[in-house]
Write a new protein. Structure first.
Length: 171
């Protein structure tokens, strides 16, 4: 009986531990956008937060405050990886994997590639930026409950969440 209790307890602990490691069970599940653009593979790994009735762009908020560096998703830092050298909005970027940060604002967003990939944006340092470009923000054609990143075959990367959509080009 005692062995059965110990076995059951260990099994329960293993299940709880595994459930915590199952990222698909998170409120902001993991997602990936991947596309081949001109023979070069672009891969973006991110997590999808949901609006859940919040003003996600509130400058005083904690979700994706306007005018502040955002990890461009939830949970771990969003990453963007290029299989070969590319240009992003016409600026050269060496092949590799980068942290993808943004600074959302009402009219424009700053797209940031940073060489340091750590959890979230808490340890972000501007002096580690590889690239910064500013692109226009616009009203999304449809309200997006979950943050979504898409890449078209011609290299348009779209970030969409709530009522906002932002595009930038990778070639």
């Amino acid at each position: 009986m005692k062995k059965m209790l110990i076995f059951t307890t260990l099994l329960l602990i293993a299940q709880v531990t595994f459930a915590q490691d199952d990222k698909s069970k998170r409120p902001s599940p993991p997602a990936q956008a991947r596309q081949t653009v001109g023979g070069k593979t672009v891969t973006i790994d991110y997590s999808q937060p949901s609006v859940k009735g919040r003003n996600v762009w509130d400058p005083a908020g904690k979700v994706a405050p306007a005018g502040q560096v955002w990890r461009t998703g939830a949970n771990e830092t969003t990453t963007i990886e290029f299989s070969d050298d590319v240009t992003l909005e016409g600026k050269p970027v060496t092949r590799g994997k980068y942290a993808l940060f943004t600074i959302p604002d009402e009219k424009d967003w700053t797209i940031i590639l940073n060489k340091t990939i750590k959890w979230g944006a808490f340890s972000y340092k501007q002096n580690e930026d590889v690239l910064r470009v500013t692109v226009p923000a616009r009203k999304a054609p449809a309200f997006q409950k979950k943050f979504t990143i898409d890449i078209t075959p011609n290299g348009v990367v779209s970030l969409a969440w709530a009522d906002t959509k932002v595009d930038f080009n990778v070639k």
